[in-house]
Design a protein around this ligand. Structure first.
Ligand code: ADP
Length: 267
């Protein structure tokens, strides 16, 4: 869309007979950014209010009829602890997101061993995988893989992807993390490392794929909430990958599992 400004010329200006200045400014990008910001604020408010309303309700119950009922108290306090930790996770993810967005332009320059990052992320999630009867497997390149990056942020990328694969694709029984070395990646125009996180679960209907990395976008909101999801994981992943000048690709079809592919420049 365009915004048109019309203003009469000031008296004494050069054009004979007066006239007007007409300037046309493309405001589509601005309007979209403004709309996205508004949506984001509305979403955050909604996501925070849900657990907050639950907490307020239980506080009322605990100070009211359940005051002298130890069994009810214990049960309600358990639910309150869960709701509070959901709020805590959400605030944590919001902070991560704003941090990675604000330093997205500064490319990280520390030397990181991607193999060690993947080992760390896999080890941390071993317990979660076992609890869901999922086998966590590694394949491909195994030796040290040096790249320029931020170890904590890269750990967050692969932890998020592996955790999602277990949470949403765990029914397939296994999650595999595969690493390939690519001598010349055409889009990145140089040597690259390609890490794929592959599950054999239910997969994702392709119509969702283009929006999956948007903040708060979920295929099934109820399911995500049940699993403790904030809807921000993939948005954080995308920004960190961008900061590393890498690429994120998602391949999936309903019923065929999902494959999240992160390609990172090697130098
Ligand atoms: P959440 O906190 O909801 O997990 P994410 O941003 O990490 O948020 O993921 C967004 C949505 O993408 C999830 O709610 C889920 O619907 C879908 N998703 C992510 N990973 C997978 C996967 N491996 N298989 C199927 N669906 C997935």
């Amino acid at each position: 869309s365009a915004r048109i400004h019309a203003a009469p010329l000031p008296p004494g200006s050069a054009l004979p007979g007066g006239g007007a200045v007409l300037s046309v400014e493309d405001v589509t990008a601005l309007e979209n950014a403004e709309e996205m910001r508004r949506d984001f604020v509305a979403n955050v408010s909604h996501e925070l209010r849900t657990p907050l309303t639950a907490l307020m309700g239980f506080i009322e119950t605990l100070t009211g009829f359940a005051k002298d009922d130890p069994k009810a108290r214990e049960r309600f306090l358990g639910i309150m602890a869960r709701e509070a930790s959901r709020m805590n996770r959400l605030v944590g993810d919001l902070l991560s997101l704003s941090r990675v967005e604000s330093d997205e332009r500064r490319r990280p320059d520390a030397t990181v061993d991607l193999s060690a990052v993947l080992r760390g992320a896999t080890q941390t999630l071993q317990g979660v995988a076992e609890a869901q009867n999922v086998q966590l497997l590694r394949s491909g390149e195994a030796g040290p893989l040096r790249i320029k990056g931020d170890a904590d942020q890269l750990t967050q990328v692969f932890s998020n992807l592996i955790e999602n694969a277990i949470k949403y694709g765990g029914s397939g029984g296994e999650v595999r993390v595969d690493v390939e070395r690519i001598a010349h990646e055409p889009v990145l125009r140089g040597p690259a490392l390609r890490v794929s996180v592959i599950d054999k679960g239910e997969g994702i209907d392709p119509r969702h794929l283009p929006r999956l990395t948007e903040r708060f976008y979920r295929v099934d909101t109820h399911r995500s909430r049940e699993q403790g999801g904030t809807g921000l994981g993939l948005a954080i992943v995308k920004h960190i990958v961008n900061r590393h000048r890498g690429r994120l690709r998602i391949e999936s079809a309903k019923g065929e599992g999902a494959r999240f592919i992160v390609t990172l420049p090697e130098t």
